[in-house]
Design a binder for this molecule. Sequence first.
Ligand SMILES: NC(=O)c1ccc[n+]([C@@H]2O[C@H](COP(=O)([O-])OP(=O)(O)OC[C@H]3O[C@@H](n4cnc5c(N)ncnc54)[C@H](OP(=O)(O)O)[C@@H]3O)[C@@H](O)[C@H]2O)c1
Length: 242
Amino acid sequence: MGKQLQGKKIVVLGGSSGMGLATAQAAAEEGGQVIIASRSKDKLAQAKDRAGGNLETYSLDVTDEKAMQQFFESIGQFDHLVSTAAGGPTGKFLDLDTSEAKKTFAAKYWGQYFAAKYGAPYIRENGSITFCTGILSQKPAAGTSILSTINGGIESLMKALAIELSPIRVNTVSPGIIDTPLYSKMSDKEREQYFNSVANATPVHRIGKPEDIAQAFLFLMTNEFTTGTVLKVDGGYTLADL
Ligand SMILES: NC(=O)c1ccc[n+]([C@@H]2O[C@H](COP(=O)([O-])OP(=O)(O)OC[C@H]3O[C@@H](n4cnc5c(N)ncnc54)[C@H](OP(=O)(O)O)[C@@H]3O)[C@@H](O)[C@H]2O)c1
């Protein structure tokens, strides 16, 4: 079988780290011409090194609407859009300042909204948009209200856009707990304890790897009969007693 993404151009927003980087690498290995974008020039350069120079990089802040519009104008036509860019404060509902909650919303909700709005006009026939949400929309925990809200909002936006932007296919991957630099703010000990507790409680008895999620993004890019779907890749987290 030939490479699945030969001749295709793929944009990965948030592609300099974690599951975005794993997806960019997997897409490049499948023959795709891959563009990654995020804010930090250092992270972009490291990602390019890790991929053996096989990625094009752009410095871009997904919260900047004008910059997002200009980014898509400058890259022109492409095939598949993946969006994993996110970040920002979270915390207990009553303690988290609204201004902090809005920063998280700006990156993960509005960033993906702008991506679809300004990217869709350039997506070629048989192309796709794949958002990234997370299991907190289905299984929230104390201290996660802002991410639960954003994930639920993006999952609804995804279904609406699967209808409105048709024939572009629009889906979302909903990851479980995945070992990425997202957890670098925790101490090694805290992280190990957290990962062990989740692994012990979930049916697959392990934490996810970025490559587990990259496979899901690749599936949604290449399966031309899937749209309007939340693809949960969580090792059974949402079934677990956590
Ligand atoms: N890891 C998990 O357990 C988990 C679970 C469920 C859902 N998720 C979701 O999965 C997605 C990917 O997370 P990850 O774990 O792979 O995180 P990660 O390793 O921290 O990667 C996040 C990426 O987003 C970029 N980014 C952040 N803010 C940005 C902005 N304003 N503009 C442009 N790029 C921005 C970062 O690069 P720069 O800093 O250079 O901008 C980085 O490349 C996120 O939506 C996250 O909420 C993660």
